[in-house]
Design a protein around this ligand. Structure first.
Ligand code: UD1
Length: 431
């Protein structure tokens, strides 16, 4: 299993190209199941989760082709892929495929909408909490699907097609909103989603569905209205830039000091996170090419944050911000309101000498002057990258183990950081 070795203490200077967003790429790829036409996605990141989803879609009968590189393409340039679900050959998504990635459960919606049936393994627990799918199933039931849970599978049927309905989510759910959007696009009649998630990735999916012929109004607001159509077509769509990757590198620069241009990043996609970075003492400036983040000399100030659905501070940046706060000149409070157990990184950050105490859903971080490198273990996707941020500012060597978590969500991490002066290398164990 690969490991990443980092020697801390170098300022980051240069430019980092921001990849396409993983959390937009996954639902966009799944949307290919809604049509017998070809969906072409540009700027798709090279990530383990994308490859895994491609395998799952192939099992349903989706042809997946990746366009070759062009002269002048950079190493980290997004790929263009063509997805074609001309014929769906299998409506079952088996446990061994779904259990590795929660978002693959979302195939349920397009399969039922197009084929009138689906059998999808329940995703099961995961490191950051129980993460149920009750609200996704509720949305499908509101649209007329009959759902039974059998032997760990959700078995859904809508033999006469789905019908538009009012769907009122008691809690903001990204996956629930993606599910409702995809299913309602091919339902008979009108659907109104109340308390919809407003994340930019929802807007990206809706934009793509509209290109495919869907009739959607209000994506990005709390109420989305969808008039179902009988058929969707192929389309071409570019995946939006990854706001979590951009926020992660912004926090890395705030941590190490230096000056980095996040190429292609869009400030309006992560304003609340950038506000926190600014309050911590870094400067953030929007440019034509992206977002420039720099911190020279000044110390890191403590900042309290609480995660919230968009446009609030993203839970997917909570661990990274905590890493930054471990070196603040004072005490900060970081509250997690989305997931019940998303503090796996606390124990690992302590291995660098960080002082963090947990009080229910809040971590109280007492900044320390120095972190020291240590062997640490990646636990989940976002927690892992918080260890990288700590390591970049720690004295001496850090070895991050189990980096497959990083590969799920961060494209070419060591290359991007290495190009900005970080001392970072991947050690392949060759087995
Ligand atoms: C998505 C993101 C993930 C991010 C999360 C919150 C992808 C691939 N993943 O995950 O990176 O951290 O949004 O921004 O886009 N819930 C229920 N019942 C349900 C569904 C969700 O109770 O049926 C709860 C969850 O346990 C959680 C909250 O609702 O407490 C929000 O979850 P949700 O927005 O659905 O997260 P995901 O879509 O799984």
């Amino acid at each position: 299993m690969d490991r990443i070795r980092i020697v801390g203490g170098h300022r980051l200077m240069g430019a980092i190209p921001i990849s396409g967003a993983k959390n937009a790429a996954l639902p966009l790829m799944i949307a290919a199941l809604l049509t017998d036409g070809t969906l072409t996605l540009e700027n798709l990141p090279r990530l383990a989760d994308v490859s895994q989803l491609a395998r799952i879609l192939a099992n349903h009968g989706v042809d997946y082709t990746i366009e070759g590189k062009r002269i002048g393409d950079s190493e980290v340039q997004g790929q263009t892929v063509h997805l074609s679900a001309r014929q769906i050959v299998d409506t079952t998504a088996p446990y061994d495929l779904v259990s590795r990635m929660r978002a693959s459960f979302w195939v349920l919606a397009p399969l039922v909408a197009r084929m009138g049936e689906a059998k999808v393994s329940l995703p099961g627990g995961c490191a950051i909490g129980t993460r149920p799918v009750d609200l996704l199933l509720m949305a499908m039931e509101r649209l007329g699907a009959e759902i039974e849970i059998e032997n760990g599978y959700a078995v859904a049927k809508a033999r006469n097609g789905l019908r538009g309905a009012d769907i009122d989510f008691p809690k903001v759910t990204v996956g629930g909103t993606h599910t409702a959007l995809m299913a309602a696009s091919l339902a008979h009649g009108t659907t109104v989603i109340h308390n919809a998630a407003r994340e930019p990735e929802i807007v990206d999916l809706a934009d793509c569905l509209v290109k495919m012929g869907a009739k959607i109004k209000g994506a990005g607001s709390k109420t989305i209205e969808i008039s179902g159509v009988s058929r969707l077509t192929g389309a071409r769509h570019a995946v939006l830039p990854d706001r979590i990757e951009a926020g992660t590198y912004a926090m890395a620069v705030a941590m190490t000091g230096g000056d980095v241009l996040l190429q292609g990043a869009r400030a309006e996609l992560l304003q609340s996170a950038l506000d926190a970075v600014v309050r911590s003492g870094a400067t953030v400036a929007e440019t034509n090419e992206g977002i420039r983040v720099y911190r020279n000399g000044a110390g890191i100030q403590p900042v309290d944050v609480s995660t919230d659905p968009f446009p609030g501070f993203p839970t997917d940046l909570q661990a990274q911000f905590m890493a930054l706060m471990t070196r603040a000149e004072g005490t900060s409070r970081i509250t997690e309101t989305i997931f019940e157990n998303r503090f796996m990184h606390v124990a690992e950050l302590a291995r660098f000498g960080a002082h963090i105490r947990l009080d229910g859903d809040t971590a109280i971080v007492e900044g320390v002057a120095r972190l020291k490198g240590a062997p640490v273990m990646a636990t989940d996707l976002r927690a892992s990258v918080s260890l990288v941020i700590a390591a970049l500012a720690a004295e001496g060597e850090t070895m991050v183990n189990r980096v497959y978590h990083l590969d799920r969500g961060f494209e070419a991490l060591e290359k991007k950081l290495g190009a900005c002066g970080a001392e970072i290398e991947r050690l392949s164990s060759g087995g």
